[in-house]
Design a protein around this ligand. Structure first.
Ligand code: ATP
Length: 357
């Protein structure tokens, strides 16, 4: 196991503002890491610190075993790919690709050969003489990536590279980026606010909030065992349902409170009677049954269908979302029964939001 990127106790202050709080991260060579979190959580600051564009305040940052704290960006041997592509508008694709090699003293013929090789991998060979303005968004993004690849960096740092593309192209490009990463045996750190992008592309997902790493691990481990209510709500779409609840008098069941409706569910492991908890249940772990046949009955609020799936929202407080495959025959105003898979119930401390074992 070779660690390619290591962050130990990293803190970053902008004046008095504490933007990164005690960040610890160990990334093995060949890993695709996604940094994900809501706007302002510090993911770009972390990426920019890796690139050397921000100086960390305290802690240790290593790339390929070397301490980077005081190493300037140019000497870090990492390549950043931006959302804005940052291409040189007055240069052709080929010139954009060869430029970074030429300024490092690589001979023209050699640089051109390297550019041709990379262009063949990224599907740009037929576009080498075009200018950036003559390319589509996806093609420009490919040029930006090719320019990073040509330098054989120790790590690729992606800052929301697909945000400017339309939905269909984004889905296509995320597969392309991941395939490139695999082919190059690269180490990649990828910033996104889109949890689906993080889940589908990464080997290791880091969820951040307010400068803190809330949880990190394999995508499905985060999905199956979120460490706290924040991660539970952030990962997964449609989002997990949260219901205020209290542990029953014998500690073996929990009472969910949906305003006018209450539900009683068995607990897999007993908890202290009377304890206030938040119950979390994912939309796909609730099944619609006939009224009176489930854990509880609810009136239906909104029904939305995408064609392949139907989202049913209850007219309760809080609302519950249920997802069913296919069209279904539920309508707004119906009373339906909801059956909950108790093995899939997540419980969080009502106050701290921490997962209860
Ligand atoms: P977004 O998804 O909106 O880009 P982010 O998670 O990437 O958000 P950062 O750009 O890392 O967030 O910013 C983290 C916090 O640090 C924010 O509250 C931001 O206002 C603050 N911040 C970022 N750059 C500076 C700066 N140069 N000076 C002061 N505060 C800054």
């Amino acid at each position: 196991m070779t660690l390619q990127i290591e962050l130990n106790g990293v803190n970053k202050y902008y004046g008095a503002f504490h933007a990164l709080k005690d960040i610890n991260l160990a990334i093995e060579k060949g890993t695709f890491v996604a940094l994900v979190g809501p706007s302002g959580c510090g993911k770009s600051t972390l990426l920019r610190s890796l690139a050397g564009l921000e100086k960390i305040s305290t802690g240790e940052m290593k790339i390929a075993g070397q301490l980077m704290n005081n190493v300037p960006p140019r000497k870090r041997d990492v390549a950043m790919v931006f959302q804005s592509y940052a291409l040189y508008p007055h240069m052709t694709v080929e010139e954009n690709l060869t430029y970074s090699l030429r300024i490092r003293g690589v001979k023209k013929a050699e640089a051109r050969k390297a550019a041709e090789e990379v262009a063949a991998t990224t599907g740009l060979s037929h576009l080498m003489k075009r200018y950036p303005r003559e390319l589509s968004g996806g093609q420009r993004q490919r040029v930006a990536m090719s320019r990073a690849i040509i330098r054989h960096p120790k790590a690729f740092l992606f800052d929301e590279p697909l945000s400017n593309l339309d939905a269909a192209l984004r889905v296509h490009m995320r597969k392309e980026i991941r395939a490139l990463h695999d082919r190059l045996h690269a180490t990649s750190v990828y910033v996104t606010h889109d949890q689906i992008e993080a889940m589908t592309m990464a080997d290791h997902v880091v969820v951040m909030r307010d400068g803190v790493i809330e949880q990190q691990g394999r995508p499905l481990d985060l999905y199956d065992r979120p460490a706290n209510r924040f991660v539970a709500g952030f990962i997964g779409s449609p989002a997990m349902n949260f219901i205020p609840a209290v542990v029953g008098e014998d500690g073996t069941h929990v009472l969910l409170n949906l305003g006018t409706t209450q539900a009683r569910l068995a607990l897999a492991d007993p908890l202290a009677p009377g304890r206030a908890v938040t119950a979390g249940i994912r939309p796909e772990h609730i099944r619609i049954v006939a009224a009176g046949q489930g854990a509880f009955d609810v009136p239906v609020g909104v029904v939305e269908s995408t064609g392949s799936a139907t989202y049913i929202t209850s007219a309760t407080q809080p609302e519950l979302t249920v997802v069913e495959t296919g069209r279904g025959d539920v309508r707004g105003g119906d009373i339906i029964g909801l059956s909950i898979d108790t093995m899939q119930l997540h419980l969080f401390d009502a106050e701290t939001g921490k997962r209860l074992e």
